[in-house]
Ligand binder design. Structure first.
Ligand code: LMR
Length: 392
């Protein structure tokens, strides 16, 4: 039965990480998968996480299954971090999920099976895995315009015009902050226009929040999602992979904002049925770490400082990169990168240039031209800039 199977194509992001690992060049540079690196090119374990793990090791009472929706303290702390009480307590419910991707997949199943949604609209471009996740649940995936190619900023008019023509009942995927892959986020007034069209058209917002704290700050980065969730139904899929550095622990959450307490309770029960039919109940370790940190005043402020440090380093690397490109004397102005937020920027490099960077310089960038700015360091920026200048 399996003889006729063809090889699946490598994943556009994680496939590159495999190729990078196999590359013997000691000077290779990875700017592909969205993982934070410090100035030494290492992905650190946060101090607050180390301390939480120490406490967990000393005190953890058992390894019994969690409930289908995970740790209840984790759910409350996560919901507060995302929504900050912009929604009545009884109108929002959170389940712990294996990573943000797990949350997206459960949201997709919930929309398709329980809500009867048949289509989701995603920004063009969006994270390379969004289409696969929603498609795997049986939703049609369509796109709305997002980026203005010439200014490398948001094309809000085109976006709103497109959202205005979407049939009622369809879902719309939005990035809460640090848009992946462009780094282009709506400003506060622009979020207002987006929220208005979503409500006028009776669309279901699905908000992917994977980088809270990496843009302007933990509160600032949640402003758009609070604007949307504060005035009606919404689904928020969030992740602690990046802002806690808990990539391998697969820790995320799905938060449903219902129109009222009964609708929210019903939605939660249906989400739990989707979880039970998928992975049954979530893994515990990441949720336990996050709960310990967020519930403890000292650990929480240590975490906030560590997030601020990561954010500042990424911003510094944006400036360093732009300066290094200028120093190469290339015609192209990369200053637009300074206005983009979070880990990623859309460099404008073509597929051919990306391939040349990989084949001739051992520099790994996603085929779309997305670069992980967090992979740039003072030690590799000149090598990177020289290689980009060469392929330009
Ligand atoms: C990314 O966009 O690089 C990350 O979110 C990692 C992934 O799973 O693709």
């Amino acid at each position: 039965m399996l003889e006729s199977l063809q090889l699946a194509p490598p994943d556009p992001i994680l496939g590159l990480a495999e190729a990078y690992r196999a590359d013997p060049n000691p000077n290779k540079i990875s700017l592909s998968v969205g993982v934070y690196k410090d100035a030494d090119g290492k992905t650190p374990i946060l101090d607050c996480v180390k301390e939480a793990e120490r406490r967990l090791l000393a005190d953890e009472p058992n390894k019994a299954y969690l409930a289908i929706d995970g740790l209840s303290e984790y759910a409350t702390l996560t919901r507060d971090l995302l929504l900050a009480k912009c929604v009545e307590e009884s109108c929002a419910a959170t389940v712990q999920t294996p990573g943000g991707t797990g949350a997206l997949r459960v949201a997709a199943d919930f929309l398709q099976r329980c809500v009867g949604t048949s289509r989701i609209w995603v920004s063009a471009p969006t994270w390379a895995n969004h289409g696969s996740v929603f498609g795997a649940a049986g939703l049609a995936v369509d796109s709305y315009p997002y980026m203005d190619d010439s200014s490398k900023g948001l094309n809000l008019d085109a976006m709103v015009a497109s959202l205005s023509s979407i049939p009622a009942g369809d879902a719309v995927l939005l990035h809460a902050c640090c848009h992946n892959p462009t780094g282009i986020d709506p400003a506060a007034d622009q979020w207002g226009r987006i929220a208005n069209v979503i409500r006028e058209r009776d669309l279901m917002p699905v908000i992917d929040c994977a980088y809270q704290g990496f843009g302007d700050g933990l509160e600032e980065d949640a402003a758009g999602l609070r604007r949307i969730a504060g005035d009606g139904e919404a689904i928020v899929c969030s992740s602690f992979s990046k802002n806690f550095g808990l990539y391998a622990e697969r820790i995320g959450a799905l938060t449903v904002v219902g129109g009222g307490p009964d609708a929210t309770a019903a939605a939660l029960s249906q989400v739990k049925a989707c979880v039970r039919a998928n992975y049954s109940n979530p893994p515990k370790h990441g949720g336990a770490i996050v709960s310990i940190v967020l519930a403890d005043r000292d650990l929480r402020s240590r975490w906030e400082r560590e997030v601020a440090d990561m954010r500042t380093r990424i911003r510094d690397m944006r400036s360093l990169f732009v300066e290094a490109m200028k120093a190469q004397g290339v015609d192209r102005d990369f200053a637009f990168i300074l206005n983009q937020k979070g880990m990623f920027s859309f460099s404008g490099l073509t597929r051919l240039q990306v391939d040349q960077l990989r084949n001739d310089h051992s520099i790994y960038i996603v085929g779309s031209g997305r670069i992980n700015v967090a992979g740039i360091t003072p030690a590799n920026v000149d090598q990177l800039a020289a290689a980009i200048a060469a392929v330009l």
